[in-house]
Design a protein around this ligand. Structure first.
Ligand code: DX5
Ligand code: ZN
Length: 239
């Protein structure tokens, strides 16, 4: 997987998988672009999932790259260790970081793509100057903590403003959305400018997670390319 603003990616969330056999659950989504791993500490969010030792094991057996989403406090201390574990991308919440620019640089220096997440009530504007420091901006479309919540349509203008800022500054930053993504809501999120879609229930809640990934990807790509055709122009650029 390459984090690119031009490609529509589907990252299933293992939060909705069967935690008794995560290796088998990973095998069911081998056609995914990456697997989204939700790390929660029961402090930053009111839920507890898995920590570094389990993520390190997942990294060793996963057929697809790991997209770590850290919903934890003290993230400046912990996030670099997830990068050291070899994760493809590590996303921290800006609300939990004391030094987000330093942290993003540290993640990149350790070989991970640097992602930064915003809770629904966190505005994107104060962070636009930081875009060159990031590979991915995650706009939460539910309050972080639990799978199966309804998509917050009120986040669509924020996604649009983020996409406009990315285009305006010419940086290579992907826009990820997480929470309530279904075959229906993915269209609205993609039209607004998101291009990496996390989906838990809409993948693992279906009889065939692999088929669900294909149909989500089709809907997302269709909506994304129809509203942002200039981003998909492959014609040679003048010298
Ligand atoms: C929620 C997590 C999400 C969650 C999404 O805090 O960050 O990744 O798994 O689940 P769905 O797709 O069911 O909303
Ligand atoms: Zn997540």
């Amino acid at each position: 997987m390459s984090i690119s603003p031009l490609k529509c990616c589907i990252n299933p969330s293992i939060l909705s998988a069967d935690f008794v056999n995560l290796e088998a659950e990973l095998a069911r989504i081998s056609n995914a672009d990456a697997v989204h791993v939700d790390v929660m500490d029961n402090h930053f969010v009111p839920n507890l999932t898995i920590g570094l030792p389990v993520v390190e094991r997942l990294q060793k057996v996963s057929p697809v790259p790991l997209d770590g989403h850290l919903m934890i406090s003290n993230v400046d201390r912990w996030a670099p260790q997830f990068a050291d574990a070899g994760l493809y991308s590590v996303t921290f919440h800006v609300e939990a970081s004391d030094a987000p620019i330093k942290l993003a640089r540290e993640l990149r220096a350790r070989g991970a793509k640097a992602g930064m997440a915003l809770r629904p009530a966190t505005p994107v504007e104060p962070y636009l100057d930081m875009l060159p420091e990031l590979d991915m901006l995650l706009i939460m479309t539910v309050e972080p903590g639990f799978g199966g919540q309804a998509f917050l349509d009120v986040m669509l203008p924020k996604i649009r403003r983020a996409r406009a800022a990315v285009e305006g500054s010419g940086v290579d930053v992907a826009i990820q959305v997480d929470g309530g993504i279904t075959e229906e809501t993915i269209t609205r999120a993609a039209e607004a400018g998101a291009n990496i879609f996390v989906a838990g229930s809409a993948v693992y809640g279906r009889p065939s997670p692999a088929d669900a990934i294909e149909s989500l990807r089709e809907n997302g790509q269709l909506a994304f390319t129809s509203t942002t055709p200039h981003l998909n122009n492959t014609a040679p650029q003048p010298a």
